[in-house]
Design a protein around this ligand. Structure first.
Ligand code: NAP
Length: 243
């Protein structure tokens, strides 16, 4: 079997209704995985595209028990922690409410979903892959989003911190750090000719990334081809950080 095949594997993709989550879910299915498409809204459109190899699950990962119950009820081999939110705020006026929301989803939900997944893999004496979707704001400050940047720096840490324990039980944890990628969340930047020109000129690859760039890397990090990768954060930014 190809080391890039996910045949016989079940992949959980959180936030699979739209954006990266949708693209990753489709790419996982193309690599022959069965995909649990989970989101707080129905992922029925994603499931329709996949056509037969996926399940739609309406779940809110803000509730820690949701991941625990899901991992206890299903045999999951791959956990893609994609859900993430941002609150655009200045450091001077950032509110406790914004911090609570962002940290609850981007960090607490991500960690406890991973913990529930790791427990279930360990109980089954199986192997598993966790792929965290972080951001190049794991490494940069960014503009107007201190809570988001703090959460994504922490996700890079949570990609490395469990390696010591979980590598020994057959679980790889890695992350993808996207830069400027075309999604509905970046439409405003793309539509702004001044910002868009400045961004593209700064990217060595000379273009924005596409969801497919993220999705294909997620398949690699979920497949046996990446079995010796632990705690790595893969920069997917057209060379932005390397420049
Ligand atoms: P998106 O389009 O907003 O998709 C996120 C999905 O997660 C949405 O379907 C959202 O549902 C769902 N979600 C949010 N909170 C949830 C919860 N508590 N429980 C279940 N589902 C929940 O985002 P995206 O742009 O594809 O980004 C995906 C990930 O990539 C995020 O972690 C983001 O930080 C990261 N990222 C994105 C970019 C970019 O250029 N877009 C760059 C770097 C990193 P609702 O629609 O109901 O909110």
């Amino acid at each position: 079997m190809s080391p890039f095949s996910l045949a016989g594997k079940t992949a959980l993709v959180t936030g699979a209704y739209t954006g990266f989550g949708q693209g990753i879910a489709i790419a996982m299915a193309e690599a022959c995985a069965h995909v649990l498409c989970a989101g707080r809204r129905s992922c029925v459109d994603t499931v329709k595209v996949i056509n037969g190899q996926a399940q739609d699950m309406i779940l809110d990962f803000a509730d820690r028990m949701v991941a625990k119950d899901l991992c206890a009820a299903q045999t999951i081999d791959i956990s893609i922690n994609n859900v993430g939110i941002i609150r655009r705020d200045d450091a001077a006026t950032s509110t406790v409410g914004d911090w609570h929301d962002v940290i609850s989803i981007n960090l607490r939900a991500l960690f406890f979903t991973s913990q529930s997944f790791a427990q279930s893999v360990s109980e089954r004496q199986a192997t598993g892959k966790i792929v965290n979707i972080t951001s190049f704001l794991s490494f940069r400050g960014g503009i107007r989003g201190p809570s988001y940047t703090a959460s994504k720096h922490a996700v890079a840490g949570l990609t490395k911190a469990p390696c010591d324990e979980w590598a020994a039980t057959g679980i790889n944890v890695s992350a993808i750090a996207p830069g400027y990628i075309k999604t509905s969340n970046t439409e405003d930047l793309l539509a702004d000719p001044v910002r868009n020109t400045a961004i593209v000129e700064r990217i060595p690859a000379g273009r924005w990334g596409e969801t497919i760039d993220i999705a294909q890397s997620a398949v690699f990090l979920a497949a046996t081809a990446s079995d010796y990768i632990y705690g790595a954060v893969l920069n997917l930014d057209g060379g932005w950080l390397a420049r």
